[in-house]
Design a protein around this ligand. Sequence first.
Ligand code: GRF
Length: 208
Amino acid sequence: MLKLLVCVSGCGTNLQAIIDSIADKKITNAGVAYVISNNYGVKSLERAENAGIPACVLSPKDYPDRAAFNKAFLEKVKEINPDLVVLAGFLVRIPEEFVKEYSNRIVNIHPSLIPSFCGVGYYGLKVHEKVLERGVKITGATVHFVNEGMDEGPIIDQKAVEVLEGDTPEVLQRRVMEQAEWVILPKAIDDIANERIRVVDGKVRRNI
Ligand code: GRF
């Protein structure tokens, strides 16, 4: 049974997709043990509470500097001792030390087809604004393992989504979530929990 820690910042629709997929047995052999939010009063915390999942807020704003926050974050993760950490819309840069220690045990969902529209400055609604600005016709989402680079870790899965005439960033964001993020993130967790994938030479391979 894979013990999950889900890190969130906001609304938590991806967290909800994970909770629902576990309830519906679309994800097997995994359970959400804990939720960490970096923001107070967000909907994600309500979702965790409704599902009976313990949660806490760890905000960089509550610490004198980033090093102190990183230390507290690492201590909390060690206490939870998860098998897999899921960054589900987590907007805080996670400590490098933690990335090294949890190599291939942290996954992130990004709302574009990496390597397009990713890296510094590409987060949340901004990604969809840039997609519309550039006029691409296809976008999507990517779930990947986290390494020291920004949005550079081994790609687990991707799903394409159409950009439609008249889309606003908000409308496009919602479509990408519904058609891609809420599908590929739970699926990736299920694949990991059931040992269907492995990382070879920095790439994700499917076990046959
Ligand atoms: C999602 O679009 C995710 O890909 C991005 O932030 C958003 C979080 O949404 N990294 P939610 O909190 O899961 O609703």
